[in-house]
Design a protein around this ligand. Structure first.
Ligand code: UD1
Length: 429
């Protein structure tokens, strides 16, 4: 297996381009199932998760063309299957996003249950309950969700009240409601920027949709939707990750194309920790001088709070802060797998239930490490940027799921980082 190797101690300088958001692109791709007309998406990142969604949609019959820029055209004019098989779904939870659009357009869908994942139990009960509220018959058998629209083959608009906030369930229901008869109201909807991006695409396809970005979304269903063109919004998690990379390594970097308005809670926290963050014409400029960052407490929350997808990276930063910080994870029950690996690099972290007390240390030391999920893996890269000696990160496929050209982007800003191909890594172990 490939490894990424980082030799810490280099300050970062220069310009680092921010890609389109993975978590926006995935539901936008699924939304192409709603129409028999082509949907063109620009600024789609080149990532393993995007390839997984491409494979899944192709298996349904969607024709997908990707040119060598970051554009993609999806044509769901001829669908050959409304079943999403286990083999493809188990690779990526977001595959469950095909359920709403398939059911709404074809009156039936069979989608494998995604199963557990490294960061927790993550059920899809809210997605299923919401679809039932629109009149669907939903049964579970053989590891699959079997969903059918009522008589006549069309879902009925209705009121869906989520007991707690779920990004994926909100997206699935928005897509299902787009082709339902009449109006749907989603109550306690997620407010993430990726929801707003999906609403923009649905509107361009002909749906009347109001309130996206607030906790109540109204969707006026249509019988048929058209094609559309849409540019994916910048990746706020990638933005936050590289902002923290600059914060931990020190330096002065412009995150090109970043939108600071999408990560206000993160910027607030970083500024309190002593990191310089300012909006410039090209994007966001992040600076950190010679003083270490200061320990600042943080709690993850649904948007507009601090995102859980940046918790591991923030923890890496806090390991070298002056003073202590308390980091509390409220979204996922098992999202501290990076703690023992950071510990192997010399971090001082004590976990009690959903909180981690991080006592800053003067420096980390490089070590061979590995992680079990995407954001935990990148937190180890960040720690490696600050550590003395070499850090070798295994299981690089996690990083390939969510960070486009990670090594190139960091190396271009002066990081001493490279990727070692599987055979060489094994020979050297
Ligand atoms: C999305 C993001 C993911 C991010 C997460 C939270 C994508 C592709 N992924 O995941 O990167 O970490 O939002 O910001 O956009 N839950 C249930 N029942 C359900 C659905 C969710 O109990 O039916 C629980 C989950 O286990 C979790 C919480 O609700 O504890 C939030 O999950 P959710 O917002 O649904 O996350 P995803 O959409 O899966």
């Amino acid at each position: 297996m490939d490894q990424i190797r980082v030799r810490g101690g280099q300050r970062l300088r220069g310009t680092l381009p921010i890609s389109g958001a993975k978590n926006a692109a995935l539901p936008l791709m699924a939304a192409a199932l709603l129409s028999d007309r082509p949907v063109r998406l620009d600024h789609v990142p080149d990532l393993a998760d995007i390839a997984s969604m491409t494979n899944l949609l192709r298996q349904h019959g969607v024709r997908i063309e990707r040119d060598d820029t970051s554009s993609m055209t999806l044509d769901a004019g001829e669908i050959v299957s409304t079943t999403a098989p286990y083999d493809l779904v188990r690779k990526m939870r977001a595959s469950v996003l095909v359920l709403g659009p398939l059911l709404a357009r074809f009156g039936k869908a069979t989608v494998s249950l995604p199963g557990g994942c490294a960061i927790g139990n993550r059920p899809v009960d809210l997605h299923l309950k919401g679809l039932a509220d629109l009149g669907a018959q939903v049964e579970i058998g053989g590891g699959y969700v079997h969903a059918r629209a009522p008589e006549g083959g069309r879902l009925r608009g209705g009121r869906v009240s989520f007991p707690f906030v779920s990004v994926g369930a909100t997206e699935n229901l928005m897509m299902a409601a787009a082709l339902a008869m009449g109006e749907t109201t989603l109550i306690n909807a997620a407010r993430e920027p990726e929801i707003v991006d999906l609403a923009r695409l649905l509107a361009a396809m002909g749906v009347v949709i109001e309130g996206a970005g607030t906790d109540t979304v109204h969707i006026q269903g249509r019988e048929r939707l058209g094609g559309a063109e849409h540019r994916v919004l910048p990746d706020r998690i990638e933005t936050g990750t590289y902002a923290m990379a600059v914060a931990i390594a020190g330096g002065d970097v412009v995150l090109q194309g970043a939108d600071g308005g999408l990560i206000e809670a993160v910027i607030d926290t970083l500024v309190r920790a002593g990191v310089g963050v300012e909006t410039v014409d090209e994007g966001l400029r992040v600076t950190r001088g010679v003083d270490p960052v200061i320990g600042v407490d943080m709690m993850t929350e649904p948007y507009p709070g601090f995102p859980t997808d940046l918790q591991a990276q923030y923890m890496a930063l806090m390991t070298v802060a002056s003073g202590a910080s308390m980091i509390t994870e409220t979204i996922f029950e098992n999202r501290f797998m990076h703690v023992p690996e950071l510990g192997r690099m010399g971090a001082n972290i004590t976990v009690h239930q959903a909180s981690a007390l991080v006592r800053g240390v003067p420096g980390l030391t490089g070590a061979p490490v590995m992680a079990t999920d995407l954001r935990a893996s990148v937190s180890l890269v960040l720690a490696g940027l600050a550590a003395g000696g070499e850090t070798a990160i295994s299981r690089v496929y996690h990083l390939d799921r969510g960070y486009e050209r990670l090594v190139e982007k960091l190396a271009a800003c002066g990081a001493d980082i490279d990727r070692v191909a599987a055979a060489r890594a094994a020979a050297e172990e």
